[in-house]
Design a protein around this ligand. Structure first.
Ligand code: AMP
Ligand code: MG
Length: 369
């Protein structure tokens, strides 16, 4: 299959440019498109056969459900069995935006997109290309991240092209995304709303809107074989670069150093973390390995010259760190590094999502120093 790439100017979107993409979606094809979080791989969410093509193109396990994206509030009614009060408050506060809500599903939603679950994940994205496309398609659009299953999510159309060229009908290139990590997922089907995946709508924001919010244990680490994670995607290897990634973290008490004087946030990466990464990198390079290092602007000059050192930005600019993270992981794939060491980050606010992606990318390999 030939994959057509269409460049869209976000500041001047013309319907003519999106009509072909909308038609492809309506007739059961696949179109990748930008959203504010990451690029999505879209198909008609009410068409089981179309959804199957998503799983095939991504190599995604069929029990890992998809998020249905909508452009108008009225579309929600057809997808869900009911709208709990907590969902209403969340939608009012954060839609359109980077928040996915889990509802009890209606009979219209095929099990083929929910991984066999009786619930459905729904989001109304804020990106103008995504919304216009969904509106023109006239159907809810199932859209997981447009990467090969297991790889870092795509934050540019070039990332999508690398993974999906020849596998899908069209890629809409709307430029680099704004947020760079996937949507926050909240389950409102239980008694207490539960956070299933952290994202740009932070736990602090959710608690302000909802009061109590549980945090699903699968976010913090691998759950046992006998526990079924609430978000089925949690159990799979995710966001992973080809190289082994080691996250280096200071024991809590030491993590208060360097540059913390001015801001409220612990700016710090401890000297122990920097020393450990330097020592390990030098050892690996002495054995002939290519080593990548993930750091911030404050520390980039502290690492060995011959390592591939990449900064995610200034440490307190969490938005920048999040936006750059997957791109840097993919760059290391292109450079064929053998091992990557990464500094770790504060887990407050957007930091929780950043650390969640990093720990999963590292396969939970965290080195405490
Ligand atoms: P992706 O779109 O690739 O970022 O993945 C979507 C995520 O949403 C996966 O981790 C799923 O496990 C989660 N998800 C989708 N539908 C549901 C659902 N009905 N219940 C719980 N989690 C869901
Ligand atoms: Mg994904």
């Amino acid at each position: 299959m030939e994959t057509k790439v269409v460049v869209i100017d976000k500041t001047n979107i013309r319907d003519e440019e999106l009509l072909e993409a909308a038609k492809i979606l309506r007739r059961g094809g696949l179109v990748a498109f930008p959203t504010e979080t990451v690029y999505g791989l879209g198909a008609n969410a009410l068409d089981e056969e179309a959804a199957k093509k998503i799983y095939a193109a991504k190599g995604r396990p069929s029990d890992n459900p998809l998020i249905a994206h909508i452009a108008e509030y009225q579309e929600l009614e057809g997808l869900v069995a009911g709208i709990p009060g907590a969902a209403g408050r969340l939608m009012k506060a954060y839609w359109p935006g980077p928040l996915t809500i889990i509802f009890a599903k209606s009979s219209k939603v095929p099990y083929g997109i929910t991984g066999g679950l009786d619930t459905v994940a729904v989001r109304m994205p804020d990106d103008p290309v995504a919304r216009r496309l969904i509106r023109l398609a006239g159907v809810p659009v199932a859209a997981p991240s447009a990467n090969t299953s297991g790889k870092p999510s795509p934050t540019t159309a070039a990332h999508v092209y690398q993974d999906m060229n020849g596998r899908i009908d069209m890629i809409l290139d709307g430029g680099p995304v704004g947020i760079g990590v996937e949507s926050t997922i909240v389950d409102v089907t239980g008694e207490t709303p539960a956070l299933l995946r952290p994202g740009a709508i932070t736990t602090e924001m959710l608690r302000e809107t909802l009061g109590q919010v549980e945090i699903d244990p699968a976010i913090a680490g691998p759950v046992g074989d006998n526990v079924k994670p609430k978000a089925p995607g949690m159990k799979y290897r995710h966001y992973a670069p080809k190289a082994e990634l080691v996250l280096v973290e200071a024991e809590a008490a030491k993590d208060k150093t360097a540059g913390g004087e001015t801001g409220e946030k612990p700016a710090g990466v401890s000297p122990e973390v920097i020393q450990t990464i330097c020592r390990k990198a030098l050892e690996d390079m002495a054995e002939g390995m290519e080593v990548g290092i993930i750091c911030t602007d404050e520390t980039r000059d502290r690492y060995p010259e011959h390592a591939r050192v990449r900064s995610l930005g200034l440490r307190h600019r969490e938005e920048t760190i999040a936006r750059n993270l997957f791109g840097v992981l993919r760059e290391f794939d292109d450079l064929s590094v053998d091992r990557i060491y990464s500094e770790s980050f504060s887990e407050e606010h957007l930091g929780r999502a950043i650390m969640n992606r990093l720990t999963k990318a590292a396969g939970y390999h965290v080195l405490k120093v």
